[in-house]
Design a protein around this ligand. Structure first.
Ligand code: NIG
Ligand code: FE
Length: 417
């Protein structure tokens, strides 16, 4: 079969070996192929490997010189709060002084301040702001993300957020998997009626399902937000009507959100800074991904999740940026990967697997993306770095040179084209 695009002169092609979730020692098993090429046809990888690519050439094949640089699969950021109005630098000095995240929320700030700004914002405001963030992500080599709603806390604004994500998914090279996060906080109008709000979440969820606006449902499971029983009620109903499940679990206190995620066979349990050993064991025996968000620990000056224990016990670990205006105001997923090494004490190989195939698995897309394999989408990143370790070691800068999304060159020489 002839290729329409060939990437050649690759110093090292680095990719997860298998299209399966990786656990324990498997999280260090990458293929590294020196002097490699990748042949692409109609957006898909038709072959890759060492040696001569000439048999795939035809008259119009576009030949892309990787200039003896390293290549990895497109990065997958599987937990973001991409679409939101405004920003929260007005709370930044309080945070520096040490006012706890939850105290700011309880006083009507935090998430609720972004809710106000998101309700006020027009569709176009939200669209333009989120598009800028997506461009930033693409320049960093991110080719797929998950994006949550959760800053509307009423039907109209939650749908506005999800519609923005839907339109961005259509027009932007980055693929977006959407999540309904109506249970992100209790809106002011339901201050004294949590049951009433939960009922409205259940009702809205069904409409969102019918309109195909989200693939997953997520809950902020925290005693002061939605406790275990309330979270269970929402997630069970979501599962019944066909959503994938995600849980903001054990972020601030060891409430048991991760155990609940396992019990309900959720796609991921996210954060896990305060998870109990018992729940680590449950996760390790399950198919639920432990999605770690070290940038949030960094920004909130919190402890870091115990990634070593999770990996060594056999959990399927992924890492994500948690990009949002309150606890992780940065789109820089490479920075997340770098502090996953430094602070979660993950090895560079583990981090790459966490940010590609395990993240793809968490989004239900392991057959389509997450590794450089025959038949998969040609989502490919060329990095200006001599080896994988260097990317994690030389932190705070963008190493991405060129990006292909579904076989199309979308970033060339660090510019979106
Ligand atoms: O994942 N923990 C809850 N939600 C977000 C923060 C949202 C915000 O502060 O705006 C998180 O950290
Ligand atoms: Fe989050």
């Amino acid at each position: 079969m002839r290729a329409d695009t060939i990437i050649y002169n690759i110093k090292e092609l680095i990719t997860p070996r298998r299209s399966l979730p990786h656990r324990g020692k498997e999280m260090s098993q990458l293929d590294v192929i020196k002097d490699a090429f990748i042949a692409i046809r109609n957006g898909k990888i038709i072959d890759y490997g060492k040696g001569n690519h000439s048999k795939y050439m035809q008259e119009n094949t576009y030949l892309h010189d990787a200039n003896n640089k390293i290549v990895i699969p497109g990065l997958i950021d599987s937990h973001t709060h991409l679409v939101h109005g405004g920003s929260r630098e007005s709370e930044f000095r309080k945070k520096i002084k040490g006012v706890p995240y939850m105290d700011i929320l309880k006083k009507g700030g935090g998430i609720l301040s972004t809710v106000q700004q998101t309700r006020k914002a027009s569709f176009d405001d939200l669209f333009n702001k989120a598009k800028k963030s997506l461009d930033e992500m693409l320049l960093l080599g991110v080719t797929t993300i998950e994006a949550k709603s959760g800053y509307g806390l009423n039907y109209e604004t939650e749908v506005k957020q999800l519609e923005v994500a839907k339109k961005l998914n259509e027009i932007h090279p980055i693929d977006i998997s959407s999540t309904y996060l109506g249970a992100h906080a209790l809106p002011k109008e339901f201050k004294d009626d949590k049951d009433g709000y939960i009922k409205s979440v259940l009702k809205d969820m069904a409409l969102i399902r019918n309109n195909d606006l989200a693939e997953s449902v997520d809950v902020f499971c925290e005693e002061a937000v939605f406790n275990i029983e309330e979270s269970r009620q929402i997630l069970e109903e979501a599962k019944k009507i066909g959503f994938f499940l995600r849980v903001h679990a054990d972020e601030l206190t060891p409430l048991g959100g991760a155990g609940l995620a396992v019990e309900l066979n959720a796609s991921s349990a996210d954060h896990l800074i305060a998870i109990s050993d018992e729940d680590i064991n449950k996760l390790a025996k399950s198919k639920t991904v432990a999605n770690l968000l070290p940038t949030t620990s960094f920004y909130l000056n919190k402890d870091y999740a115990n990634a070593r224990e999770m990996i060594d016990n056999g959990c399927i670990v992924s890492v994500s940026s948690d990009y949002n205006p309150g606890s992780s105001p940065s789109e820089n997923f490479q920075f997340t990967m770098q502090i996953a090494c430094n602070k979660l004490r993950m090895k560079p190989k583990e981090v790459l697997i966490a940010a590609t195939i395990n993240a793809a698995y968490g989004l239900g897309k392991k057959e389509k993306i997450g590794s450089i394999s025959k038949g998969k989408d040609a989502d490919i990143v060329i990095l200006d770095a001599p080896n994988l370790d260097y990317i994690m070691y030389h932190f705070g800068v963008n190493h991405t040179q060129d990006v292909f999304k579904f076989g199309k060159l979308v970033v060339k020489d660090r510019q979106i084209i």
